[in-house]
Design a protein around this ligand. Structure first.
Ligand code: GLU
Length: 337
């Protein structure tokens, strides 16, 4: 079979007049872009949360979106698109026009743990997005239903050792930070539990509180109210030191598992190619909002630390965190199956 060229006479080099027309067209295409960036935002901004309502991503997004609306002069509308460990909503952000009207929450799951292990995730966290700002870092916590036969880490580990495969754990989704850190935990402690993925921490917590799943790995802001009310019991936390909110709970570092002692983060990104004036406007609005005393208190009361860094610093952070999880996958030989 021979291949035929559909347009055999197409010249390799465009003649000067065509080239000139193309340049004029390209210049026109750029102009509205620049003008749009100056007028931004001229309509509501959608903020995609790639996890279900009730999780930490949702909590941080809603606190910020409410305040940022005043700073931006337009509503910021939170749109929950959970599923696939955050990949579904994150892919949706990557596919939008870079005009600033669709932004997305970027977490350690969507930018580091999931891309490190899932080769088919469909996006590159380092090249398919425009980093804007990292809002907050949060501790993580492993908690159990009160019917679980342990109140501290030692008894928890013993229960797992005595009953290999008996217990399951809930997380925000496949390849989420919770999934990855628990797999790392299993491999370092030589224990076995079954993973139950959800569309986000909200539904994972609901089932843990209802006793459907005995163990949950979550980020502190969403889990803390259930721990405070006694509906869940905190076993161990991932944080640089013991938390003021849970002074009796050991850190992973204290129990000899420093590799599992990593925080989560919650930032905002746009699709690749977001104009710098838009990035700067959104970053300034978020920073101003997060620094309002009542917003700062609301975020810090959940055990989170405000980060509020620059787009370049956030990009560097994502690169570093991805490398950490890639190394975990490699050294522990973790797979998604
Ligand atoms: N655990 C996820 C993360 O830190 C967030 C889960 C959620 O917000 O539901 O990336």
């Amino acid at each position: 079979m021979t291949l035929t060229r559909s347009r055999p006479h197409l010249p390799l080099l465009a003649p000067p007049r065509t080239l000139f027309a193309a340049l004029v067209l390209a210049a026109h295409a750029c102009l509205p872009h620049a003008a749009q960036a100056q007028d931004y935002p001229a309509k509501p901004v959608r903020l995609v949360v790639p996890f279900a309502a009730g999780g930490t991503t949702d909590i941080v997004a809603r606190v910020i979106a409410n305040g940022a609306a005043a700073a931006l002069g337009q509503p910021m509308i939170v749109d929950n698109k959970g599923g696939g460990g955050g990949a579904i909503g994150t892919l949706e952000v990557a596919r939008q026009r870079p005009d600033g009207y669709t932004l997305g929450m970027a977490t350690v799951s969507t930018t580091a743990s999931a891309p490190a292990i899932n080769k088919k995730i469909g996006y590159d966290p380092l090249t398919d997005f425009t980093p804007i700002i990292n809002i907050a870092a949060t501790p993580n916590v492993v908690a159990v239903h009160p019917s679980f036969p342990a109140r501290d880490y030692k008894a928890f580990l013993q229960a797992l050792k005595n009953n290999p495969g008996k217990y399951s754990f809930a997380t925000a989704g496949n390849a989420s930070i919770g999934h990855m850190q628990m797999e790392l935990f299993k491999s370092l402690t030589d224990t076995f539990m079954t993973h139950i993925p959800y569309r986000g921490s909200g539904p994972a917590l609901n089932d843990a509180v209802a006793g459907q799943v005995p163990i949950v790995f979550d980020n502190l802001p969403s889990a803390l109210p259930f721990i405070k009310s006694g509906q869940l019991v905190a076993i161990v936390v991932a944080a640089p030191q013991r938390l003021a909110q849970l002074p009796g709970v050991a850190t992973f570092k204290e129990v000899g598992l420093e590799a599992v002692n990593r925080m989560a983060y919650y930032g905002v990104v746009g699709p690749k190619g977001l104009p710098r004036p838009v990035v700067d406007k959104v970053a300034a609005a978020i920073k101003r909002t997060a620094e309002l005393p009542e917003v700062k208190k609301r975020i810090e009361d959940t055990g989170s630390l405000l980060v509020l860094n620059t787009p370049d610093e956030f990009a560097a952070q994502m690169r570093a965190e991805l490398a950490v999880y890639q190394k975990v996958v490699e050294t522990q030989k973790l797979t998604l199956d």
